[in-house]
Design a protein around this ligand. Structure first.
Ligand SMILES: [Zn+2]
Ligand SMILES: [Zn+2]
Length: 335
């Protein structure tokens, strides 16, 4: 079968490799479509501690079950699912307390930029995000990133305040914003890249062009925000965001920053103003199911995020395209 092998920084090559061999508790999925994720791009551009070359990237997958190892899984054959790249083990303290995104014994599948992948059956059984009329294969690749966005929004407690600043109008910032808006929040998106400011405006969002006005200036003029989600890698912006969130609000670090980066904040805001600094990472089973349900109801909204599609052979072009600001979600579609 064909697979896109990540060989190191700026190197990804299509190779012919063996189709995966099944073991107990696994099945073979014929890949239908895979989203290119920010994590894939980071790995391609500068390497990643979790993904050592040679390996296969890609985890936002939709595929059809073509072979099962255990006869008891025969009911899954021929059915198409959005499959989460990982789930918590279900047994550890984190999983039992409902924080499965923090589980240290997660069940995984390996990268999905390939014709076939081996998947632990429980990833499908626990979510059963089966495609039907409401959502097509390409759109369903958004289930995983949307699950991460929903997880981030749940950590905000928007029942206490609905005026939210989202920093960064990339695909994740936009997905978070769309979900917040659907939940009745007033969302303002701040972005440095002009092309993305225009994109966010075209999607109907209030925007701050961060080249022309600082967040502090903006909030001095327009009032403070209840909460803010930082969906960029920029550590420098964090203090600036504290300046424009009201006392008792929340500032969430949604975007992952490199380990070497340090964030400087004035503890005054945390202590005297009780602004919480929180993080968000990954998703739980519930978030994944919520995301799939959301895509079914609001397919028109979320399909606007998909700006181009490529075949597996065009994987390098897909990665290059995903790095250009005029593109939002780029999907590798197998057929
Ligand atoms: Zn992803
Ligand atoms: Zn666990």
């Amino acid at each position: 079968m064909k697979a896109a092998i990540y060989k190191g920084i700026n190197r990804i090559e299509i190779e012919e490799i063996d189709t995966p061999e099944m073991t107990t508790g696994t099945l073979v999925l014929k890949v239908d479509a895979v989203g290119v994720c920010g994590t894939d791009l980071k790995t391609y551009k500068r390497g990643h501690p979790f993904f050592q070359p040679p390996c296969i990237l890609g985890h936002e997958v939709v595929g059809t079950v073509v072979r099962v190892n255990d006869a008891s899984d025969g009911d899954l054959l021929g059915r198409t699912f959005a499959v989460p790249p990982y789930l918590g083990c279900g047994n550890c303290e984190f999983c039992k307390r409902g924080f499965s995104e923090l589980c240290k014994n997660k069940v995984w599948f390996n990268g999905a930029f390939a014709e076939y992948i081996l998947v632990p059956v429980e990833l499908i059984r626990k979510t059963m995000a089966e495609l039907d009329h409401g959502v097509n294969k390409v759109l369903a690749t958004l289930t995983e990133p949307l699950a991460c966005a929903i997880h981030g929004v749940k950590r905000l407690s928007i029942q206490d305040g609905r005026k939210v600043l989202v920093v960064g109008a990339g695909p994740m910032g936009l997905m978070i914003s769309m979900f917040l808006r659907d939940k009745g929040c007033e969302v303002t998106l701040s972005e440095v890249n002009k092309t993305r400011v225009v994109k966010a405006q075209a999607l109907g969002f209030l925007t701050i062009d961060a080249n022309t006005v600082s967040l502090s200036e903006f909030s001095a003029r327009n009032g403070k925000f209840d909460h803010s989600v930082i969906a960029t890698e920029s550590a420098d912006i964090v203090q600036e965001v504290f300046n424009c969130v009201r006392p008792g609000g929340k500032v969430e670090l949604f975007g992952g920053m490199p380990r070497s980066v340090k964030v400087h904040i004035d503890p005054y805001y945390v202590h005297y103003e009780e602004i919480d600094l929180i993080g968000s990472f990954g998703f739980s089973v519930q978030d994944f199911n919520d995301a799939f349900g959301e895509l079914k109801i609001r397919h028109e909204t979320y399909s606007k995020l998909i700006t181009s599609q490529f075949t597996l052979d065009q994987i390098e072009s897909a990665f290059e395209a995903a790095m250009r600001p005029e593109n939002l979600k780029v999907i590798v579609s197998m057929h």
